[in-house]
Design a protein around this ligand. Structure first.
Ligand SMILES: [Fe+2]
Ligand SMILES: [Fe+2]
Length: 299
């Protein structure tokens, strides 16, 4: 498939050519800092529109695209497994434009050595972050609503020109026990729980795919009468002072809250969008498509 046509279709899918046009991704503020540790000239390596902080094409590979490879983060494990096949001319689509250790160092630059090899082999890199989190139909929260058969009620948590959170409802009450078993089936993880009673019945749920470890989001969800807060991360598991301070506020909030909380891991809560939606989207265009999952979703 022609690369430029594919990019145009993706830009339209995530409304990068309309409502997100010229809007910097909210995660952009960390990029300068994470590449500062690498001595890598990322400014001249990536596409000019990416260097401005815009979503979409990061690296322009071959004119003809052979296959699509989807991933949550540009992690070394995922990128090395693509390169290990000795192929060329692929299109790598990720939700985030960086790597991340959610249980360690936090935001990380994409490994420069791997980037150089990716360019040499004519791969394209493309990302859709906030536009995919905020998208009503095809995106990280949208995929969670779809997988559970939840009905959208309202949005919360302003994020860029959209919202990071969704309030949604089950058709009828669902027990904590059934909910946990559905989480295991849908996301392939053992969820972490707080304030959780297996016999409690839930109907109204707040959904925040990815990093939902934010007291302001908890408050908005509770104000919107959510009984449950379902997210990737309830607590901050990265190293450092910010995470420690944030966890102090989170711990206080959890003690006083009537909401129950489920964490699925940042990775598993967002890779679902690639597995259940994007893979098929690429296949419908006639491309071979695959989703590469990090072996440790809590990494
Ligand atoms: Fe996300
Ligand atoms: Fe995320």
């Amino acid at each position: 498939m022609n690369r430029d046509i594919l990019v145009k279709k993706l830009d339209a899918l995530f409304e990068l050519d309309s409502i997100w046009n010229g809007i910097q991704d909210p995660t952009w503020r960390w990029i300068e800092r994470i590449y500062a540790t690498t001595n890598f000239d990322w400014n001249s390596f990536f596409e000019p529109q990416y260097v401005k902080g815009l979503n979409g094409l990061m690296l322009k590979g071959s004119y003809e695209v052979k296959a699509a490879h989807c991933s949550c983060f540009f992690s070394p494990e995922v990128l090395k497994s693509i390169l290990a096949r000795n192929e060329r001319n692929g299109f790598i689509f990720a939700h985030h434009h960086f790597d991340m250790e959610t249980g360690g160092r936090g935001f990380l630059a994409i490994d420069p050595e791997i980037l150089v090899e990716i360019k040499r082999r004519d791969y394209s890199l493309y990302y859709a972050h906030a536009p995919a989190d905020c998208s009503m139909n095809i995106g990280t929260n949208a995929a969670i609503l779809q997988a559970f058969g939840l009905k959208h009620m309202e949005t919360f948590g302003k994020y860029g020109v959209g919202h990071a959170g969704r309030i949604a409802e089950f058709d009828g009450p669902i027990s904590g026990e059934i909910l946990i078993s559905r989480c295991q089936n849908i996301f392939g993880v053992n969820p972490k729980i707080w304030n959780f009673d297996m016999n409690r019945k839930f109907r109204r749920v707040a959904i925040v795919a990815g990093g939902g470890d934010d007291v302001d989001l908890f408050k908005d969800a509770e104000t919107a009468k959510a009984e449950l807060y379902l997210t990737g991360e309830v607590t901050s598991r990265t190293n450092g002072d910010w995470a420690r301070q944030n966890n102090d506020s989170i711990e206080k909030y959890l003690k006083a809250s009537r909401m129950s909380f489920i964490a699925l891991s940042h990775n598993a809560s967002e890779v679902l969008f690639l597995e259940n939606q994007m893979k098929q989207w690429f296949c419908d265009l006639g491309l071979n498509a695959e989703v590469l999952r990090d072996s440790d979703v809590w990494r």
